[in-house]
Ligand binder design. Structure first.
Ligand code: ADP
Length: 597
C-alpha cells in the first residue's frame, strides 16, 4: 500500500486495484455488462416500441437516428418485428441481466471480504515487522482504530466506489444511446454533467476534508478510550474519571459535528438534484421543439434517454459523495501501513542456533534522540552464567536489556555472540531463544494452560511439561485452587488475580519455552517476600543451566549472581561478585545496608 494517494477517481482506482488486482477488474467488467444489458434493454426497446405505430408494425422510424440500425439488425435476422417479439426479447434481456447481476453481486461479496482480509493481513504483518523504535513513535489508539474501525470504513468506501462505477457504466451506456439517437443529446448530457459537477465541487471538497478529520478524531477517541480502560483504577480511585470523560466526550462531540456537516451537504445536494434534472430536461424539450423541428416522437425519445442518463449521473454523484465520506479511511490506512513499513526491522539471513561460549558487549553506545542513555558499556555474559544489572532508576538497565533482546539497535560499539556480530543473524532466530519476564506481567485473555504454553496442543507430553513448570514457578497450589484448574480463564478476570500470580505465570511461560537466555526485568518486584524467596531459590536452581540476566532493585535476588554490573548514569561504574562490589562500591554498600541484606 502506498500512502501517496491521488485524491481522484483514478487514484482511488489504483488504491483498490493494488489490493484486489484482477478480481477488481473482473467485477468492473461484470458490472459494465449488467449496465449494458440494462441500457440495451431500456434504451433500445423503449424507442423501438415507441417507433411502432398503433398497428404494431415498425414505422419509418426517422426519430431514432442511428439507433435505426437495431431495427435493420432484426430484419436481417428474419425476426419479425412486432409488439410481441419485442416484448419477448425485452423479457429475455432482463432475465439475462438478472442472471449476470446475481453473479456480479455474489462475486462482490467475496471481493469485499477478500479486500478486508487482505488489508487486515497486511496491517498485521506490518505491525509484526515493525521495529520497537518504530513502535515507540506510534500511538496505540491510532493503530487500533485504523485496524478495526477505519478498515471497516474502507469496506464501505469500496462498496460505494463499486456502485459509483456501476452508475458511470450506466451513464456511459445511455450517453452512447443518446449519441446514436441524436448527437446533440450527447453534448447536452455532457453539458449537464459539467454544470452539476461544478455546482457540487464545493460540497465535494467540504465532504472530503470532513472525512479526513473524522478519521483522525477516531484515532484520538480510541487512544482516550484505551487510556480510560488501562488507567481505570487510577481514574476511579482519584475521582478523575469525570474530567477524563469530558475529554472523551469532547472528541465524540467534534466527530458528530463533522458528521452533521456532512449530512447537511448531503441534504443540499440530494434535494437540488431532481429540480436540476427537470430544468435541463425542460430546456432540452424547448430547444428541440423550437429550434430542431422535433416531433413528438423524437421529443419522447429524448426525454426518456436524457432523463435516464441524467438520473444515472445523479446516482453516480450520490454514490460518489457517499464514497467521499469514507475516504479518510483510505488515507489513514495507507499512511499507517507506510509509516510501519518505513520502520520495519531488517534482518540478515543467518539462522541462530544457540551459543556455546559467551555474549560480549564492548564499548556500547546508545541514544534516545540526543539523549545518550548508555555510554562505553562493556558486558560479558558467559554461557550458563548469571549476571545482574543494578543501579538507580533511569540508569539504563532496561535499555541494556532491550539491547540484549535485539529490539533496540546499538548506536556504537560491538555486540557479539560467540564472536559473531548479532547483526549478522536473523534477529528473530535469536529472540526465539530468549525468555523475557518484564516489570508488567504479560497475561493473555485465555486459560492458564494457554497462557503458559502459548497455545500448545494439550498432548500428554505438553500437559506433563506444563505441570512441571507450574511446580517450578510455585504455582501448583494456585492452579489447583482455581475452579477449572489449568483451564480456568484469566486475562479479563485476570484483573482479579494478584500481581505476584501474574508474574509467576509469566515466569512459567518462559520456563515452558525452554529459553536459553532468561531476562528477568524487576521480575520479582511484585512478589511478597515469601514467594520471592521461593522463586529466588528456584532461580538459583536454574543457575548454571540457563544464561540469566537479572535486573533487580532487590539486591537479595542477586546475591548468588556470578557477576553484578553496577550502572550509574548509563556507565558501568563497578562490576564483580556481590562481596567484591560491597567492598569496592560505596554506593552499592549503601544500597545493601538500606535493604538490610
Ligand atoms: P532503568 O531501567 O535503569 O530504570 P531505563 O533504561 O528505563 O532505566 O532508562 C534509561 C534512560 O533512558 C532514562 O533516562 C530514560 O529517561 C530514558 N528512556 C527510557 N525509555 C525512553 C524512551 N522510550 N524514549 C526516550 N528516552 C527513554
Amino acid at each position: 500500500m502506498k500512502s501517496e494517494i491521488q485524491h481522484n477517481f483514478i487514484g482511488y482506482f489504483q488504491f483498490f486495484y493494488r489490493v484486489l488486482r484482477i478480481r477488481f477488474l473482473f467485477d468492473l467488467f461484470l458490472s459494465t455488462c449488467v449496465s449494458f444489458l440494462d441500457g440495451i434493454g431500456l434504451a433500445m426497446f423503449i424507442p423501438l416500441l415507441q417507433s411502432m405505430d398503433s398497428s404494431g408494425q415498425p414505422s419509418s422510424g426517422h426519430s431514432m437516428g442511428k439507433l435505426q440500425f437495431l431495427m435493420d439488425f432484426f430484419t436481417k435476422l428474419n425476426i419479425p418485428l412486432n409488439i410481441y417479439t419485442v416484448l419477448v426479447l425485452l423479457l429475455i434481456l432482463f432475465v439475462l441481466k438478472g442472471v449476470l447481476k446475481f453473479f456480479q453481486l455474489n462475486s462482490q461479496v467475496s471481493l469485499k471480504q477478500k479486500f478486508i482480509k487482505d488489508i487486515r493481513y497486511e496491517l498485521t504483518d506490518d505491525l509484526q515487522a515493525l521495529s520497537y523504535n518504530g513502535f515507540l513513535k506510534q500511538n496505540a489508539g491510532k493503530i487500533q482504530n485504523i485496524i478495526t474501525a477505519e478498515v471497516q470504513k474502507l469496506q464501505v468506501a469500496l462498496n460505494h466506489y463499486l456502485n459509483s462505477i456501476s452508475a458511470v457504466a450506466m451513464l456511459i451506456t445511455y450517453v452512447i444511446m443518446a449519441f446514436l439517437a441524436n448527437w446533440q443529446f450527447a453534448l447536452l448530457v455532457a453539458l449537464g454533467s459539467v454544470l452539476t459537477n461544478l455546482l457540487f465541487s464545493r460540497f465535494v471538497k467540504a465532504v472530503k476534508s470532513a472525512s479526513f478529520k473524522i478519521s483522525s478524531k477516531g484515532n484520538a477517541f480510541n487512544s482516550h478510550l484505551i487510556e480510560a480502560v488501562h488507567f481505570f483504577k487510577y481514574l476511579k480511585a482519584t475521582n478523575r474519571f469525570g474530567g477524563f470523560s469530558k475529554k472523551i466526550k469532547g472528541v465524540i462531540e467534534e466527530t458528530e459535528e463533522l458528521n452533521r456537516q456532512i449530512g447537511y451537504y448531503q441534504a443540499i445536494t440530494a434535494s437540488i438534484r431532481e429540480p436540476m434534472v427537470m430544468f435541463i430536461v425542460v430546456a432540452v424539450i424547448i430547444v428541440q421543439i423550437r429550434w430542431m423541428d422535433g416531433n413528438l416522437g423524437s421529443v419522447m425519445l429524448s426525454l426518456l434517454l436524457f432523463y435516464r442518463a441524467l438520473s444515472f449521473l445523479m446516482n453516480y454523484q450520490n454514490w460518489w459523495q457517499s464514497f467521499l465520506q469514507n475516504i479518510g479511511a483510505i488515507q489513514s490506512v495507507s499512511a499507517l501501513s507506510k509509516e510501519m513499513k518505513a520502520e520495519k526491522e531488517v534482518f540478515s539471513d543467518r539462522v541462530y542456533k544457540g551459543f556455546t561460549s559467551s555474549i560480549e558487549i564492548r564499548n556500547l553506545q546508545f541514544k534516545y534522540g540526543e539523549n545518550t542513555v548508555l555510554n562505553n558499556v562493556d558486558l560479558s555474559i558467559p554461557k550458563n552464567h548469571t549476571i545482574a544489572l543494578v543501579g538507580e532508576s533511569g540508569s539504563g538497565k532496561t535499555t541494556l536489556a532491550n539491547i540484549i533482546t535485539g529490539i533496540l539497535p546499538i548506536a556504537g560499539g560491538t555486540f557479539t555472540i560467540d564472536g559473531v556480530s548479532v547483526t549478522d543473524y536473523n534477529t528473530d532466530t535469536i529472540r526465539s531463544t530468549i525468555g523475557y519476564i518484564s516489570q508488567e506481567p504479560v497475561i493473555f485473555k485465555d486459560n492458564v494452560f494457554n497462557n503458559v504454553t502459548f497455545w500448545a496442543e494439550p498432548t500428554e507430553e505438553n500437559v506433563k511439561r506444563f505441570w512441571e513448570v507450574i511446580e517450578r514457578a510455585s504455582l501448583s497450589d494456585f492452579v489447583n485452587s482455581l475452579s477449572d484448574q489449568e483451564n480456568t480463564n484469566i486475562g479479563d478476570k485476570g484483573m482479579l488475580i494478584s500481581g505476584g500470580q501474574k508474574q509467576r505465570i509469566s515466569i512459567a511461560r518462559e520456563l515452558y519455552k525452554n529459553a536459553e537466555v532468561l531476562i528477568l526485568d524487576e521480575a520479582t518486584s511484585a512478589l511478597d517476600s515469601e514467594t520471592e524467596l521461593f522463586i529466588q531459590k528456584n532461580i538459583e536452581k536454574l543457575q548454571g543451566n540457563y544464561t540469566i540476566i537479572i535486573i533487580a532493585h532487590r539486591l537479595s535476588t542477586i546475591k548468588k549472581a556470578d557477576k553484578i554490573y553496577m550502572l550509574e548514569k548509563g556507565r558501568v561504574s563497578y562490576s564483580g561478585t556481590f562481596d567484591e562490589l560491597t567492598e569496592k562500591s560505596s554506593r552499592f554498600k549503601r544500597m545493601v545496608s538500606l535493604q538490610q541484606i
